[in-house]
Design a protein around this ligand. Structure first.
Ligand SMILES: Cc1ncc(C[n+]2csc(CCOP(=O)(O)OP(=O)(O)O)c2C)c(N)n1
Ligand SMILES: [Mg+2]
Length: 312
């Protein structure tokens, strides 16, 4: 099955089409998450632990636009955006989050274990650092099959303090596996600040110890994200070994959605606003009308998905 994100992948040389698609996806992810937060705040029958990715949308959209159909993705409990960017069905996602039988995991996994194997999303880890060894195993499988494809493994900066992070990087580098490790560095692990669990200032520097290539990228810039993952993925697939991508991001809500998890407004680096401004320039004279049309269409699609999933 072709992942819907592949359509966006073919647009690299058409900035208007690419940015329109990227903005649409990023806004969809933002609206989807905010609607989920409303459900939690209303004490709807949804498990409390819903982790939003507001502020980190460009990582999901940029990385998925660099991926191809053969790629396998390992996400985390903060992974709704990556599923949506890869083209997962939002209705089945909401049904899963509500714990009902029609969801991706038959309602047994919920928000933190949302995966979509038919789209190559093979794992969603609620254990911090738990998806890195799985990504390494999947990379070994891809390498052995010799048919191309890479594993994109997403995780937070908190995971860099786990043993599984270090073991995974070591083995992936040793075996030159086609894995792109994407650290979404929001500089906090739940309520702890980065400096309280990392003696090393740059996550990317960790790669040096394993002889692995690394890159630091502005994770709020969807163009930069796409370019970084495209290059990293190419390198990994070519047999040159895995790459560690450190994406600097800012989480604009609390650690998980609860009644205090209001979205920070008017943050200068908000990726959705940055993409909107960029697209506004590209669209020219009719930008305002086109953006308004996109925004009302996306908001309507999100609202319809929640209705179709039976959430009120
Ligand atoms: C092995 C393990 N230890 C602790 C936890 C509790 N926990 C859940 S999320 C979280 C923070 C992880 O931070 P990070 O990896 O930076 O991801 P972020 O939430 O910032 O996206 C912690 C400590 C866990 N789920 N698994
Ligand atoms: Mg973090």
């Amino acid at each position: 099955m072709m992942a819907p994100s592949t359509a966006l992948r073919e647009t690299a040389d058409r900035p208007q089409v690419w940015l329109t698609g990227a903005y649409r996806q990023m806004l969809f992810i933002r609206e989807f998450d905010l609607r989920l937060a409303e459900l939690v705040a209303a004490s709807y029958d949804v498990a409390r632990f819903i982790h939003l990715s507001c502020g980190q949308e460009a990582v999901a959209v940029g990385a998925c636009a660099a991926a191809d159909d053969r790629d396998l993705l390992c996400v985390t409990y903060r992974g709704h955006g990556t599923l949506l960017a890869r083209g997962a069905d939002p209705v089945r996602m909401i049904v899963e989050i509500l714990g009902r039988p029609g969801g991706y995991q038959k309602g047994l996994g919920g928000s933190m274990h949302l995966a979509a194997t038919e789209l190559g999303i093979i794992d969603s880890a609620a254990i911090v650092g738990g998806n890195l060894p799985i990504a390494v195993g999947a990379g070994l499988k891809l390498k052995a099959a010799g048919e191309g494809g890479a594993v994109l493994c997403f995780f937070g900066d908190g995971a860099t303090a786990t043993g599984s992070f270090h073991e995974s990087l070591n083995l992936a580098a040793l075996l030159k596996l086609p894995v792109v490790f994407i650290c979404e560095n929001n500089r906090r692990s739940s309520r702890s600040a980065f400096a309280t669990y990392s003696p090393v200032e740059r996550v990317a520097d960790r790669a040096n110890a394993y002889g692995m290539h690394s890159v630091v990228v502005d994770g709020s810039d969807v163009d930069a994200m796409r370019a970084a993952v495209t290059d990293s993925r190419r390198r990994a697939v070519s047999g040159a070994g895995p790459v560690l991508v450190e994406a600097e991001v800012e989480l604009l809500t609390g650690h998980f959605a609860d009644s205090q998890a209001g979205l920070q407004q008017d943050v200068p680096g908000d990726p959705v606003q940055l993409c909107r401004e960029h697209l506004h320039q590209v669209l020219g004279e009719t930008a305002d009308a086109q953006l308004a049309a996109i925004e009302s269409e996306v908001r309507r699609s999100v609202a319809l998905a929640f209705v179709a999933a039976g959430a009120r």
